[in-house]
Design a protein around this ligand. Structure first.
Ligand code: SAM
Length: 441
């Protein structure tokens, strides 16, 4: 057998294993990481297959549906999805190679299904799906399509399409440690296609495949993965050296670390999160970047913490837990896990947390409220509700804090609201609020 064919076979087998792990509930990135023993090129193909299948799942199922009789075993269904994905989306793989690989995978795992798999693929190969609904064509659940149709009208299809595009891996360079040009040069030396972001001086968009653990600037802690829209939080916060800063829901520390980088570690930073595993990863991230001694980390419920630390902080980030509907292009399986009736619960939590931020904020201090969602219930409605409750809180325009003039056209009612794909970024919302209160009640 030709070596490149058997190597592609290895990548396809690993992709199949990863899809099985995801069916068992593994996070996608963890399921993919388990194949780290594969050579770099095969890992790239394996990841392309897994992400591609998950991204286009509903479309692939709609394509094969007319040719399938009865129920398919989950593994056989994954083999078929992978083959249809290659036939539909991977120009570099000839159809016959995708079909043969699927037949071989079936022979090894479910020999009785070989004839059926072969027949489904041969028929599907010559008949692309027709008359699909928008949800099927762009592989989104109908409730999201209907919700966005009402809100975005003629822009809907471009947003659905943006959610299916392969997003760049975006790196944030710690400009306190190195320069963007130096990191770009290291990427160039590895033959990796990358370009500087036109909007943020610290951001790099990587188009080629990069395995971070093998990348020296990442190991040295000079770069962190973050979408450009998420980087805007630290810009809008605009913390000054010496500020007492609180990150109320620090998670893995993407925004908190950026605040440290922008101030050269000169703010006094407290990071909270309710999740111990996330805080452990935050600690790892702080130590990887050599900033382990620059933040106090507390496992706490931010609502209770806000009550017990009234008026203590000058700058507060509340990057709230949310539906994540702005980042479907990155969390490829998330669209299938969300439901419309999740939104009221998120709204309630977000209002409670923003109210707690108000309590923890000092008179004259600033709260930056952000979500990786642009759903009204999680964005304007949250801010409006807390503003109505707290007369000493007011909205400030984020425009003066944005690093590029093009971003200003996405500011509505003082807040930045990027829908997925705007300026090539994730969907994101950022509001800046100033506390004018004399004393906390
Ligand atoms: C959007 S994520 C934050 C991401 C983070 N800012 C970053 O840049 O990596 C929201 C976080 O809120 C945390 N969370 C949810 N409810 C919380 C609460 N009541 N108090 C503190 N943290 C909470 C979740 O564990 C999660 O890590």
């Amino acid at each position: 057998m030709d070596a490149s064919v058997s190597r592609a076979g290895l990548a396809r087998d690993e992709a199949l294993k990863a899809l099985a792990r995801i069916r068992q509930g593994y996070p996608v990135s963890d399921a993919i990481q388990q194949a780290k023993g594969l050579p770099a090129r095969d890992r790239a193909l394996m990841a392309t297959l897994v992400y591609g299948v998950l991204r286009h799942l509903r479309y692939l199922d709609a394509w094969m549906k007319p040719f399938v009789r009865g129920d398919l075993e989950p593994e056989v269904q994954d083999i078929l999805r992978m083959a249809f994905y290659q036939m539909g989306f991977l120009d570099r793989v000839p159809d016959y190679a995708a079909v043969n690989a699927a037949v071989e995978q079936t022979r090894a795992r479910a020999p009785r299904a070989v004839g059926m798999v072969n027949a489904i693929l041969r028929r599907g190969q010559s008949k692309k799906p027709e008359q699909l609904s928008l949800g099927e064509r762009y592989s989104h659940p109908d409730w999201i399509v209907e919700r966005w149709q009402a809100r975005y009208g003629p822009r809907l299809e471009s947003i659905l399409e943006a959610n299916n595009a392969v997003p760049p891996l975006t790196l944030r360079v710690d400009l306190d440690r190195t320069s963007r040009a130096e990191v770009l040069e290291e990427l160039g030396n590895l033959g990796i296609d990358a370009e500087p972001s036109p909007y943020l001086p610290e951001a790099i968009r990587v188009r080629g495949s990069l395995w971070l653990e093998d990348f020296e600037p990442f190991r040295r802690g000079w770069v962190t993965v973050q979408d450009e829209s998420g980087m805007l939080v630290a810009w809008v916060l605009d913390a000054q050296p010496g500020d007492e800063v609180l990150d109320m829901a620090a998670g893995l520390g993407g925004k908190a670390l950026h605040v440290l980088e922008r101030s050269g570690g000169a703010v006094r930073l407290t990071c909270l999160d309710i999740s111990r595993p996330r805080l452990r990863r935050l600690e790892e991230n702080l130590s990887r970047t050599g900033r382990g001694d620059q933040a106090a980390i507390k496992e706490a419920n931010a609502v209770q913490f806000g009550n017990s630390h009234q008026g203590s902080f000058e700058r507060i980030i509340l990057d709230a837990p949310c539906s994540g509907l702005g980042v479907l292009r990155r969390r490829v399986d998330a669209r299938w896990k969300k439901q419309a009736n999740d939104l009221p619960a998120f709204h309630e939590t977000q209002v409670e947390l923003l109210d707690a931020a108000w309590r923890a904020c000092r008179a004259g201090g600033v709260i930056v409220y952000s979500t990786c969602s642009t759903e009204p219930e999680e964005t304007e409605a949250v801010v409006d509700e807390v503003l109505a409750r707290r007369p000493d809180l007011r909205r400030e325009d984020v425009t003066p804090y944005l690093p590029h003039p093009d971003l200003a056209s996405f500011v509505k009612n003082g807040a930045l609201s990027l829908t997925p794909g705007d300026l090539g970024m994730d969907g994101f919302y950022i509001a800046r609020l100033r506390v004018k209160k004399e004393a906390v009640q």
